[in-house]
Design a protein around this ligand. Structure first.
Ligand SMILES: NC(=O)c1ccc[n+]([C@@H]2O[C@H](COP(=O)([O-])OP(=O)(O)OC[C@H]3O[C@@H](n4cnc5c(N)ncnc54)[C@H](OP(=O)(O)O)[C@@H]3O)[C@@H](O)[C@H]2O)c1
Length: 352
């Protein structure tokens, strides 16, 4: 999709383009996988976590509302037993609030202390406070930028030791076609300079573009020997709680277009595909060994590799976004190199 292609067209055509896909996917046994899914208390994340667990994966729901996660786990276990399965789902919940970088460090430290391999990290949690005012996190960052980009970036980097411990692993970022209309000024990630006027749409699309740019640099920095594939994806336009802050008229439009809008079962296909498809590491490796590749693997809502936006190909800006991100999340500039060498890094956050 090019920047000027209509998002409306993309919504209207998404079901047709994805008509070849099974819903849900028939998954092979995944008992060998440990997967962390952020934001798995609703929508795409909840469906992703449940389907991975039902295929046998050990799933960790990384959520800010632990009570809601425990209630879901209870419901899923009950249904699972009722369907005649003898073993419980291997699923648990851990607290993670992306609006607090301290929380991200606490989560990562607790996870890394287990000294077990992590095969799949799905950075799914996200927010879109459509029409809302500009709000800042307790760390002082614009909330869309923090929840959709900065906190997942910190989580991905801090979990590298556990991802490296698995011989093959994946970092999956649930991104959006909205990154095509995004613009990031690395000197003004919080949109406070007054050069651009803040709107929630700008906040959301910029955060999604920043995520793609950051992961394009991570793609280049991570040596192939780590066995880690970095993927960004679009789930499509999906009926979830993400519409809860949308103006009534747009919520009504979503509800009036049930044929065109994906259900969460359909919207999680590109996440499940990216997390489990055996071709992903080969595809990633081919891309990574091509000197001309600028962008990491981007999977469309039809589960096909696609191009990230033209702006995301801007290497100079992507490198500045990387540098600024690492600075804002309180990590040293050589974090990846040190973690890959098995050294520790100190983060400015996580001491409270
Ligand atoms: N739906 C779409 O059409 C669409 C399109 C493109 C991309 N996406 C992306 O898909 C991803 C999943 O969204 P969704 O559509 O499934 O929306 P959703 O139903 O609203 O789910 C979002 C999840 O993120 C969690 N979350 C929000 N803020 C958080 C925070 N500060 N810390 C931890 N978790 C937090 C929410 O937790 P709570 O339940 O506690 O609020 C919820 O579990 C997002 O990254 C979104 O940008 C969605």
């Amino acid at each position: 999709m090019k920047k000027n292609d209509g998002l409306g067209d993309y919504i209207l055509l998404q079901r047709m383009m994805a008509s070849h896909l099974q819903t849900p996917f028939h998954l092979p046994p995944l008992n060998h996988l440990t997967c962390i899914v952020t934001g798995s208390t609703s929508g795409i994340g909840s469906e992703t976590a449940r389907q991975l667990a039902e295929a046998g994966a050990h799933v960790v729901m990384a959520v800010r509302n632990i009570k809601a996660a425990h209630e879901l786990i209870q419901q899923w276990q009950t249904k699972w037993y009722a369907s005649g399965e003898g073993f419980p789902l291997n699923i648990q919940a851990m607290e993670l609030d992306l609006l607090s970088l301290d929380s991200v460090v606490r989560f990562s430290n607790a996870w890394n202390a287990r000294l077990t391999p992590l095969h799949v990290l799905i950075n799914n949690a996200g927010m879109f406070a459509m029409g809302g005012a500009q709000n800042f996190s307790e760390d002082g960052y614009e909330q869309h930028m923090q929840v959709n980009h900065l906190a997942p970036a910190l989580l991905s980097l801090l979990l590298l030791p556990s991802l490296i411990r698995a011989s093959r692993s994946r970092i999956i970022n649930v991104n959006s076609v909205m990154h095509y209309v995004g613009f990031v000024d690395p000197n003004d990630m919080n949109v406070i300079s007054g050069k651009r006027k803040f709107s929630s749409l700008r906040g959301y699309s910029s955060s999604k573009l920043a995520q793609v740019m950051f992961n394009n640099v991570l793609f280049k920095k991570l040596p192939l020997e780590t066995g880690i594939s970095v993927v960004c994806l679009s789930p499509g336009a999906v009926q979830t709680n993400v519409t809860r802050d949308l103006p009534r008229v747009i919520q009504d439009l979503y509800s009036a277009l049930p044929y065109f809008i994906f259900s969460p079962q359909e919207g999680c296909r590109s996440s499940i595909f990216s997390a489990t498809n055996p071709q992903i590491p080969q595809h990633y490796q081919k891309l990574r060994t091509n000197e001309k590749s600028v962008c990491t693997l981007f999977v469309s809502q039809n589960c096909k590799p696609t191009n990230c936006s033209e702006e995301a190909h801007n290497i100079k800006t992507a490198n500045r976004v990387w540098e600024k991100t690492v600075e804002l999340i309180g990590l040293p500039s050589d974090t990846v190199e040190r973690l890959v060498d098995g050294e520790d890094v100190q983060c400015r956050y996580g001491t409270h």
